[in-house]
Design a protein around this ligand. Structure first.
Ligand code: SF4
Ligand code: SF4
Length: 348
């Protein structure tokens, strides 16, 4: 058995042990490394919420402590993470510790910063539809071109790319465009509806952005169909069924936030998940130590969410075979393609 497979099996073992014993095991963390952003998306309030940022040394300390807990993945997000000048060295530091890294970006700074990201495992780019829609949603003309240039730069650097599309009433009819875009640009795509969560800062805006039920459900059913035909869609069929069953109301499925995953704010506060960043239920990682902060947080009472990454993880831990198979398949494909070739466009 090779070492990578052994590590994966060990992680699955720890995860399922955690589920049955109630003992925490930190698998994954998302880190809002900065709230600063160079976009102005209609459904986001992050850029309007200035926050203190940790130093490079403090971030290395956090990585050391999470590594000691056995963490396998850190997802850098924001804001726009590439606004941090030390982003490349932070990714490389996590890589040295054997941690898989992903980075969520709007793409604008990718061509300029790509040389420093040689240890990044996966680049995630936001894309909402064709140029006129994407630029409107992002509040910045030229945003669509930024995504295309970022994909081109990532391909040159042989860095795998997934695009993330938030479904709103403005783009619900454009999901076929996004699938074609993914094939033509040799990337994968994942979807998530805009939704109102427990601490949404812009509830009215979110309600205004949601697609009507018939269009939304029709679009999701079509994604299920296309996924089964082999379209390069990252989401599992179980995720799509989950949102179909619950939409428009979120549902608190048995969530492992604070048990198997957490989120860290730019100021070093540790929270159960990304949607609680800035809330009262965080623990101060810089003061308590990040290990202790993670141990002290609890799964919050919440009305649920439709976040693709969190729902997939929860369904995975709940033992949905479809999700486990989908996750393993994408992990394998990503690892085998990493720095060797691009995602294939065999589906179209
Ligand atoms: S790019 Fe991301 S962080 Fe920046 S405004 Fe848009 S959604 Fe918010
Ligand atoms: S369901 Fe879980 S991941 Fe989603 S908002 Fe609630 S605590 Fe966070």
């Amino acid at each position: 058995m090779n070492f990578a497979v052994y590590k994966q099996l060990k992680t699955f073992g720890r995860l399922f042990l955690s589920k049955f014993t109630g003992k925490k095991f930190l698998l994954s963390a998302s880190f809002v490394i900065t709230n600063r952003c160079n976009s102005r998306c209609g459904y986001c309030n992050t850029y309007n919420t200035p926050s203190e940022e940790m130093t490079t040394r403090e971030i290395f300390q956090m990585i050391d402590e999470f590594s000691g807990l056995g963490i396998r993945r850190i997802g850098f997000t924001g804001g726009e993470p590439l606004l941090r000048e030390d982003m490349g060295s932070i990714v490389s530091y996590a890589h040295q510790k054997g941690i898989t890294t992903t980075l969520f970006s709007n793409g604008a700074l990718v061509p300029k910063k790509i040389d420093g990201l040689k240890h990044l495992d996966l680049l995630l780019l936001s894309l909402d539809g064709p140029p006129e829609i994407h630029d409107t949603v992002r509040g910045m003309k030229g945003s669509f071109n930024h995504v295309q240039n970022a994909i081109h730069a990532a391909h040159e650097a042989q860095l795998p790319v997934w695009i993330n599309a938030v479904i709103t009433k403005g783009n619900v009819s454009q999901l076929p465009f996004l699938l074609d875009f993914a094939v033509d640009n040799q990337v994968k795509v994942m979807f998530m509806p805009v939704f109102d969560h427990t601490l949404s800062a812009a509830k009215d805006t979110i309600a205004h952005l949601s697609a009507d039920e018939a269009s939304f459900k029709g679009a999701i059913n079509n994604l299920i169909l296309q996924k089964k035909k082999g379209a390069p869609i990252v989401n599992s069929v179980s995720y799509f069924r989950y949102i179909l069953q619950n939409w428009p109301d979120t549902n608190h499925l048995h969530c492992r936030a604070g048990m198997n995953f957490c989120a860290v704010g730019s100021d070093g506060m540790v929270y159960p998940c990304h949607f609680f960043v800035g809330s009262q239920c965080g623990a101060n990682g810089r003061r308590l130590g990040f290990k202790n902060a993670f141990e002290s947080i609890r799964t919050p009472k919440c009305k649920g969410c439709f976040c693709n990454a969190y729902i997939e993880l929860n369904l995975f831990i709940a033992g949905h075979l479809n999700v486990i198979w989908n996750t393993v398949k994408h992990m394998e494909q990503r690892n085998s393609k990493k720095r060797t070739d691009k995602c294939s466009g065999e589906w179209k």
